[in-house]
Design a protein around this ligand. Structure first.
Ligand code: SAH
Ligand code: SF4
Ligand code: F3S
Length: 468
């Protein structure tokens, strides 16, 4: 997020000619979907005369874009709201003012409760934020808070302005939203609504605009991105594999990724895309949640462990260097030590390059929250610790295996130290090297010199030639 008053750098290339009068500070919690949404909110508000600022202290509008997935995530919102209200008080004492808006999944799930408890100005759900300028006006002439949590996703996407130029050469592009799967632990079907796929033409248009603005890598995002379906130009039904093929022909786009996938929607065509499309990076996030069929059934995941393992084998046959990442929950209601051991066995068998693991968190309104057999907190913590020790060891081993290898890196930003740049390998590992910031946006070959659990250190090779 940029401060309108900060000196312009090569990262901050937005026009300043309009001299915006108002400033908005956006704080993002949660998944990539919210990152994408926050950028679109900034674009929408930019068109209405707001510039982004990096600090809430000088903002006229503060937006918290919130996440409801686990209890801790939702709690953070209330503590952050407390902090913002103090800031607003100070501003009022100084004769100024500030609006506070809550957006995202907590706004959708707990809008009324927030309005009652938190004295905020605007509450706007994930499908309604294109109406922010109108909501701000409505709030100005209103005594109480303005709540907007309706409207289908289609209206939002059709109303959003084209994405503005942003710093990074890697961008997210939402192609699918919502979820019809109703895993028994999960709030997403309630906060994001039914599955919706954006139309092909809209997606290709957005990808072209991103490419024109220097983006080299696009990650297609959606809660169930591989359930995306659309209609191709000739009227034929397209799956995500067709969409990826079309996007790999967009000039300037060198790399494609997609996330998050559900194992049940990994079609043959999508597996084949990993074999056939050189621009599709060899990295796949494929959550399995639990290694126990009994728990998977209670979770309503609709896949068995054997299905997942077979899928992994087929993906690796199609693309032998494919790296896998996953999501795992420990301590789902009814999970026994034996169920947990099944989870550990799967991790040992698959070898993940990366993984996100969580203690089960009971979410209000989800079926699992009311089930018997809740696992004690300390058992959950013990299981999580054993699991993470194994996952971290695998991640470190995966990274260490890169030492001495040549990898193509897309340079994304300057590093923490002077003269250092940071990029991403095909396997999404952060790579650090000595190099000029002119490299940002280029893909070059590097030799990997050292590895740690979270990143790689490299030396740049063949500077005159860009890798593909
Ligand atoms: N659509 C994605 C997941 C979105 S939520 C999918 O189906 O894979 C991201 C992750 O948060 C989930 O994969 C799950 O591992 C975790 N998660 C969701 N609800 C949770 C809960 N109630 N407690 C703990 N972890 C949860
Ligand atoms: Fe949640 Fe399951 Fe849908 Fe993923 S597939 S968003 S975990 S309900
Ligand atoms: Fe959180 Fe909503 Fe994403 S609940 S994980 S921000 S879809």
């Amino acid at each position: 997020m940029h401060d309108a008053c900060a000196p312009k750098t090569e990262k901050d290339t937005r026009p300043i000619a309009e001299a915006p009068e108002k400033r908005v500070f956006i704080k993002t919690f949660g998944c990539q979907m919210n990152v994408y949404d926050s950028e679109r909110m900034a674009d929408t508000l930019g068109a209405a005369g707001f510039a982004e600022t990096g600090s809430p202290e000088n903002a006229d509008l503060v937006i918290l874009n919130t996440c409801h997935i686990r209890e801790k995530a939702a709690e953070k919102v209330f503590s952050e709201l407390g902090r913002m209200r103090v800031l607003r008080e100070t501003r009022r004492e100084q004769g100024g003012d500030m609006m506070i808006a809550v957006a995202g999944c907590v706004a959708q799930a707990e809008g009324e409760e927030i309005a009652r408890r938190a004295a905020v100005d605007i509450i706007v759900g994930p499908q309604s934020y294109h109406r922010l300028p109108e909501l701000i006006e409505r709030r100005a002439g209103n005594r109480g808070p303005v709540i907007e949590t309706e409207f289908p996703a289609a209206e939002k996407f059709a109303s959003l302005p084209a994405p503005k130029l942003r710093a990074a050469p890697a961008a997210f592009l939402t192609v699918q939203e919502g979820c019809d799967k109703f895993c028994t632990f999960c709030v997403v079907p309630y906060t994001r609504g039914a599955e919706y796929s954006r139309p092909v033409a809209q997606i290709i248009e957005e990808a072209k605009r991103l490419a024109e603005r220097g983006v080299r890598e696009i990650t297609l995002i959606g809660q169930n991105v591989n359930a995306w379906a659309g209609q191709g130009p000739s009227g034929k039904t397209w799956t995500l594999a067709d969409l990826l093929r079309a996007l790999s022909e967009v000039d300037g786009i060198a790399r494609l990724r997609f996330t998050t996938s559900h194992p049940n929607d990994m079609s043959d065509a999508l597996i084949a895309a990993h074999r056939d499309l050189p621009k599709l990076m060899p990295y796949l996030h494929l959550p399995f949640q639990s290694g126990s069929d009994r728990i998977l059934k209670a979770m309503n995941r609709k896949h068995r462990m054997e299905d997942y393992l077979r899928l992994v084998d087929r993906l690796r046959d199609a693309r032998p260097d494919l790296a896998l990442s996953t999501d795992i929950i420990v301590g789902f209601p009814g999970e026994t030590e034996a169920d947990f051991e099944d989870t550990m066995r799967i991790v040992e068998r698959v070898h993940f390059a990366q993984a996100y693991s969580f203690k089960y968190s009971a979410r209000p309104g989800t079926p699992a929250a009311d089930r018997p057999g809740h696992v004690p907190e300390d058992t959950k913590s013990q299981r999580l610790a054993s699991l993470q020790a194994l996952l971290f060891a695998q991640q470190t081993a995966f990274n260490s295996a890169m030492v001495g290898r040549t990898l193509a890196v897309l340079w994304e930003s300057r590093g923490r130290n002077d003269g250092q740049v940071v990029g991403r390998s095909p396997y999404l590992q952060p790579v650090y090297a000595e190099g000029d910031t002119a490299l940002i946006g280029r893909i070059t070959d590097v030799e990997i010199m050292a590895a740690s659990q979270n990143s790689l250190r490299a030396v740049i090779k063949n500077l005159d030639e860009d890798a593909t």
